[in-house]
Ligand binder design. Structure first.
Ligand SMILES: C[S@@+](CC[C@H](N)C(=O)[O-])C[C@H]1O[C@@H](n2cnc3c(N)ncnc32)[C@H](O)[C@@H]1O
Length: 271
């Protein structure tokens, strides 16, 4: 198994598979779209699975997290640039809480009582970093076929997660599926929901928003890292603004070869 260092600068495995910024809804030639089609139409049963471990240094806790990526298995098994941005964002919260938009949420709350859920977790890095950095109780979720890799990655980082008193639970959550949601909120809704690179497929806009409304507590926040690829994504934000106050809280420098950088948004309930 190969070991790679993963930062915004040298995250080459996943970045090379990202489409360039486009003006049109040119989805037919977009590699991400092709990957999504593959995932939805036929789960990969290829027996020659390539795998490697990526290293992610978390400066605020001076710890290196490890995640297994399985690029040949599809888009859920890779780390996308938005995830790296969200991890860096969480990392900076601990080093400079005064300027962090997370501070409002965390004021007067012991971190270990924070209940956080990550949706569309992929490799699980964002949720694992949140548990490790904040010492929070984090549920990482994805489609059922992604869960064994999520469990593997949570187990791989159990010492880092426990260091500040955090914990990670792995659960299935298919957006818009009420039976998945019901099992997750038996202890109540979540203080924060995290998501990176979860807005890309028009048919999922409504189920994703419905899921957020179900999961978030009053006063809770959805932090979403997003790299704009297609104009149609504005449809997601239009729908979201009907139920949430949406603010940009951070913008990365453009990715190499793109006009866009990853943006972190906060969504707060209008209720
Ligand atoms: C582009 S990947 C991003 C993965 C990870 N968040 C990251 O940034 O590295 C999108 C993720 O959303 C998940 N996903 C797609 N459709 C979903 C659905 N209907 N319900 C739940 N998760 C879904 C995929 O399995 C995948 O892990």
């Amino acid at each position: 198994m190969a070991v790679q260092d993963s930062t915004n600068e040298d995250n080459t495995d996943s970045d090379n598979q990202q489409p360039q910024d486009q003006d049109d809804d040119d989805i037919d030639i977009n590699p991400l779209h092709i990957a999504i089609e593959e995932q939805h139409n036929q789960p990969n049963t290829n027996s020659s699975v390539s795998e490697s471990l990526q290293k992610h240094h978390i400066a605020s806790i001076d710890t290196t997290l490890l995640t297994r990526i399985l690029p040949s298995q599809g888009l859920s098994f890779q780390l996308w640039p938005a995830a790296t941005t969200l991890v860096n964002f969480l990392d900076r919260h601990l080093t400079d809480p005064t300027t962090s938009p997370l501070s409002n949420l965390l004021t007067n709350r012991p971190y270990h009582s924070l209940r956080i859920l990550e949706l569309g977790s992929g490799t699980g890095l964002v949720g694992i970093a949140a548990a490790s950095v904040l010492g929070a109780n984090v549920t990482i979720t994805d489609l059922p076929h992604v869960l064994s890799n999520l469990r593997f990655n949570a187990e791989l980082n159990n010492k880092a997660i426990a260091f500040r008193g955090g914990c990670v639970d792995v659960q299935a959550l298919r957006w818009g599926e009420v039976e998945d949601f019901e099992g997750l909120v038996v202890d109540g809704p979540f203080d924060a929901v995290l998501g990176s690179d979860v807005v890309y497929y028009e048919e999922l806009f409504e189920p994703l928003l419905k899921t957020l409304c179900w999961l978030l507590s009053d006063g809770g926040v959805f932090l979403m890292a997003h790299l704009k690829r297609w104009k149609k994504e504005s449809g997601f934000f239009r729908k979201a603004r009907k139920v949430f106050r949406v603010e940009k809280v951070h913008t990365d420098a453009p990715l190499q070869g793109s006009r866009n950088g990853v943006v972190v948004y906060s969504f707060a309930s209008k209720k």
